[in-house]
Design a protein around this ligand. Structure first.
Ligand SMILES: Cc1ncc(COP(=O)(O)O)c(C=O)c1O
Length: 379
């Protein structure tokens, strides 16, 4: 099936009781049994819900995987993956990733005896030097948040296989439309469905997709035992979002390219981080593993002061100053004080997240209006 057809039909069947074309919102906590243990596959809604089931089937289909699991947030999905581990296990993670993932690893799981190493995964040999018999998981994100670095998923997957460790890829920035990590050898794909999958800034949700049935059983056990499940209304919203993912992503890519080139030619802009530039360090890998370059980018200003960045951040009219990304509307964000504030300053600066770095989630409005807005704000 071609992508557009797949996104529109993934997971949804006409409702068996009414023929409703869209999966209903099964707003129920439990299901009536005809006799003890005799039910229709649904016992209690933390364990199973038909709206969630339709979404989980759709997630598997759009990521070219076998099994999908939906969680109450992206970090809840990440949390479930780390709960596969035991004290003494080690994780090698990317040093440039979503700040909330870093916070979960360092502030929540480290104290339970799981050891995390952070490396620049643009050079995969950095991973090899940290491997040992305790390495159970490699965690990466590509393109990274917010520096839009690219990690070679197939190369990391080979390293993970050799080391007998799982590879989980946070695919939030690319979305399944641009990249399918399972096809490149990853074991688990993670999404903050809050972003491109939902696509309309109206839901918080997370997802995991995998191929291995045992792994699915372990993660399902964690999902139902720990209870971070999404409500049926939120599942419905993400299911609906998926139906237009291809159309939105095409426009995000088109607008992203225009805005990135505009910024690069602006005399007040120092550097633009966007993986579609041919001189981007990861361009060759991005061209190989992605279907397009997306609408996420960051930039710094020549006058590299926090005051100057603040002036730009508070002057846009269309780009809304807000955390999050991947919605139809454009957002502007200051990683140092917003999304990545939980990373200690030295660690942040060491990894290239300077005080004046500005991140854009380019939406699907008219690109000319977006460029006018930035022109006016940057001055
Ligand atoms: C790349 C990435 N991963 C994970 C998350 C966490 O997702 P959520 O906010 O849905 O918990 C985010 C949120 O911004 C993100 O940008």
């Amino acid at each position: 099936m071609k992508l557009a057809t797949k996104y529109i039909h993934a997971g949804t069947e006409p409702d068996p009781s009414t023929g409703a074309i869209m999966t209903p919102i099964y707003q129920t906590s439990t299901y009536v049994q005809s006799a003890p243990g005799q039910h229709k596959g649904y016992e209690y809604a933390r364990s199973q819900n038909p709206t969630r089931k339709a979404l989980e089937d759709a997630l598997a289909i759009i990521e070219n995987g076998k099994f999908g699991l939906a969680f109450s947030s992206g970090v809840a999905a990440t949390d479930a993956v780390i709960k596969l581990l035991s004290p003494g296990d080690e994780v090698i993670a990317a040093n440039d990733m979503y700040g909330g993932t870093y916070r979960l690893f360092t502030k929540v799981f480290q104290k339970f005896g799981i050891k995390f190493h952070y490396v620049d995964m643009q050079d995969v040999s950095n991973i090899e030097s940290l491997l040992n018999t305790n390495t159970k998981l490699i965690w990466t994100e590509t393109p990274t948040n917010p520096l839009i670095n690219i990690v070679d998923i197939a190369a990391v997957a080979m390293i993970a296989k050799k080391a007998n460790a799982l590879l989980c890829v946070d695919n939030t920035f690319a979305s399944p439309y641009l990249q399918n990590p399972l096809v490149l050898g990853a074991d688990i794909v993670m999404h903050s469905s809050t972003k491109y999958l939902g696509g309309h800034s109206d839901v918080i949700q997370g997802a995991l997709v995998m191929n291995d049935a045992d792994l699915r059983e372990k993660l399902y056990f964690i999902q139902k035992s720990c209870g971070a499940v999404p409500g049926p209304m939120d599942c419905f919203l993400v299911l609906r979002g998926i139906k237009t993912l291809h159309l939105r992503m095409k426009q995000h890519c088109e607008n992203g390219e225009k805005v990135a080139h505009f910024l690069r030619n602006h005399p007040a802009v120092l550097k633009v981080f966007w993986c579609g530039f041919e001189d981007h360090l990861g361009y060759a890998i991005a061209s190989k593993q992605m279907r397009g370059f997306g609408g996420m980018m960051s930039f710094t200003l020549k006058n590299d002061s926090i005051e100057n960045a603040n002036r730009v951040l508070s002057s846009t009219r269309l780009f809304a100053l807000a955390e999050s990304l991947g919605g139809v509307e454009s957002l502007i964000n200051h990683p140092a004080s917003m999304t990545h504030a939980s990373i200690p300053k030295e660690e942040r600066i060491k990894n290239g997240l300077t005080d004046s770095l500005i991140r854009l989630s380019v939406g699907i409005e008219d690109a000319e209006d977006l460029i006018e807005d930035l022109k006016m704000a940057i001055g």
